[in-house]
Ligand binder design. Structure first.
Ligand code: HEM
Ligand code: HEM
Length: 254
């Protein structure tokens, strides 16, 4: 474990050596994170209105794809991205929380054990939310899945708020801007903590895949002639495959 203890006061003292900032989060982790934030909040904002259903579903699928990538990257990815290197048992979580209470927070170059718990919960809830959204959209099992979807989405929003609060509190206690770290990829650490490779090409590929998916989602439903409002809102309610089939039928009828 790469944990060292330092109180906030010590960190602030000029005579104590401040560890250099080293690359901890590779580019795919950062692209994953900020696209997940955009998709989650975007899907949340568009959830209630049938008018925005296609956008809601598109952002939901985006989150599902991102989470699928993150689960694979958690097994095969760089050091601090691998689950085996940051998911810890209850003892480590209790020890970390105890270190916060004592005012000598353990420093972790990667995720701290309490943050890791929230991260695992967020990934698991994202799977449940997107799966329940999909079965609701395609009317696989009946109306009860709507409640499951809404309940799972609300639980996820609650955990997101805990996660963001945890980020703010940890940033303050460690005197270290964790949000900036998730943007630049750099956090205080030893040279031994530093990643050797940033995997920028893979991140660019992820971004291209997401933009391509968005373009593909919008092209089919919006490709036809202008539609009146009722037809447009009926279309937005249709599952995409059904809409595609109907558009092909319409073209044949012309
Ligand atoms: C504006 C809101 C958010 C902010 C400011 C934020 C900030 C952060 C920061 C700073 C970290 C790194 C923590 C560390 O250094 O250990 C992080 C990690 C993480 N956050 Fe967020 N977060 C936000 C919203 C979300 C949302 C909505 C989700 C879920 C969809 C999410 C999922 C995650 C995950 C899974 C990680 C782990 C990153 C990884 O290892 O891949 N966050 N977040
Ligand atoms: C980021 C992931 C998602 C979040 C946060 C989310 C959130 C929500 C919420 C809160 C509602 C309830 C809105 C209300 O008050 O009526 C809702 C409804 C709905 N969502 Fe999602 N959703 C997500 C992903 C998905 C996905 C992937 C699909 C489909 C593939 C989907 C399909 C639906 C449908 C069809 C409804 C309407 C259910 C009804 O008729 O009441 N959602 N979503």
């Amino acid at each position: 474990m790469n944990a060292i203890s330092a109180s906030p006061a010590e960190g602030a003292r000029a005579d104590v050596a401040v560890p250099p900032r080293v690359l901890v989060w590779d580019a795919p982790v950062r692209v994953f994170h900020w696209l997940a934030v955009l998709s989650f909040f975007g899907a949340w904002i568009t959830a209630e209105s049938e008018r925005w259903r296609l956008l809601h579903v598109t952002l939901g699928y985006t989150l599902a794809g991102l989470v699928a990538f993150r689960l694979v990257w958690g097994l095969l990815g760089t050091r601090h991205a691998r689950f085996a290197n940051f998911v810890r048992g209850p003892k480590a979580v209790a020890r970390y929380l105890g270190s916060l209470v004592r005012g000598r927070p353990e420093h972790h170059a990667g995720h701290n054990p309490a943050g890791a718990l929230a991260i695992v919960g967020l990934l698991a809830l994202a799977v449940l939310v997107t799966f329940s959204g999909w079965v609701t959209y395609h009317e696989v099992w009946g109306e009860w899945t709507e409640d499951l979807h809404e309940g799972a989405a609300n639980a996820m929003m609650a955990l997101v708020l805990v996660h963001v609060a945890g980020v703010v509190v940890s940033s303050w206690l460690h005197r270290e801007n964790l949000v900036a770290g998730m943007v630049s990829g750099r956090k205080p650490g030893t040279p031994a903590d530093a990643l050797r490779r940033g995997w920028r090409g893979l991140a660019a590929l992820m971004l291209a895949a997401v933009l391509g998916f968005w373009w593909w989602q919008w092209r089919a439903p919006l490709g036809g002639a202008p539609l009146d409002d009722r037809a447009a809102s009926a279309q937005r309610l249709e599952p995409p495959q059904e809409r595609g089939r109907r558009q092909r039928r319409d073209r044949h009828d012309d």
